[in-house]
Design a protein around this ligand. Structure first.
Ligand code: F6R
Length: 240
């Protein structure tokens, strides 16, 4: 795992943008695996600024997101589909038809997971962007998830519900279940870019990068990926 430590969140976002933009500029038909959450917001702002200033085109780019809350429609302001439109896609020339995410409203869970698995097979990702949960999760693969897992429905860990409550009016509104891409499919990406910022991620960063490779720290599997870059700010790198 290649580790880049930056001074702060701003530098982390600029450094992440360099990695992501290299992929898009080298291949106009790139397939991007994308993440939601607070961490990639700075990177997404850089991608939009670059598109506006230099005209980098996403007209042929396709995307697949990691996860979606169960029970939230894509028009719901807290859904990840909405998040992606608002924070990235609306600022680019990407065709909405080329963006993919699980359907949080799907009633048949098994069918929806199979649909997404099939889609991911057809869409080998050139790069997979990840954030890191404070409990070591990647996507919504919570501690204990088998490394061989495919798309599945997960009951969110209590710590994840608490972490994500800041984005809702009240903790009772945070969905308890989500669809998530599996660890197997994350590991299939050609390149992985994982970002972590802030002191509350320091312990998870250390376990992921320097600890034992174990299913109780899902992100530790990334030590086995041949091309994984971790970008962390100083606060998140404190225990390395
Ligand atoms: C988001 C996702 C999650 C987040 C993680 C960190 O699509 O899959 O694994 O990346 O929970 O979230 P933030 O960036 O909000 O700290």
């Amino acid at each position: 795992m290649k580790i880049i430590v930056t001074k702060d969140y701003e530098e982390l976002s600029a450094s992440a943008a360099k990695v992501m933009l290299e992929v898009v500029k080298n291949n106009p038909y790139a397939v991007l695996g994308l993440a939601t959450g607070t961490t990639p917001l700075g990177l997404y702002a850089y991608m939009i600024a670059d598109h506006e200033k230099y005209g980098t085109s996403y007209a042929h780019v396709r995307t697949a997101n990691l996860d979606e809350y169960k029970g939230l429609a894509k028009t719901h302001p807290q859904s990840y589909a909405y998040f992606m439109r608002k924070n990235l896609f609306d600022g680019l020339d990407i065709d909405p038809e080329n963006t993919n995410i699980e359907n949080g409203m799907a009633e048949d869970e098994a069918k929806e997971c199979a649909r997404y698995d099939e889609l991911l097979e057809q869409l080998p990702r050139d790069i997979q962007l990840l954030g890191l949960g404070s409990n070591g999760h990647i996507a919504f693969n919570e501690p204990g998830t088998p490394f061989g897992s495919g798309t599945h429905v997960v009951t969110l860990a209590e710590s994840t519900v608490k972490d994500n409550a800041r984005l809702f009016d009240d903790i009772s509104e945070v969905p308890r279940k989500a669809f998530t891409m599996g660890i197997r499919q994350i590991m299939q990406a050609k390149k992985i870019l994982i970002l972590a910022s802030g002191a509350n991620k320091a312990e998870a960063v250390c376990k992921m990068a320097k600890g034992e490779v174990t299913e109780s720290v899902p992100a530790s599997v990334l030590q086995l990926h041949p091309d994984c870059t971790l970008i962390v700010d100083r606060a998140a790198a404190a225990n390395l």
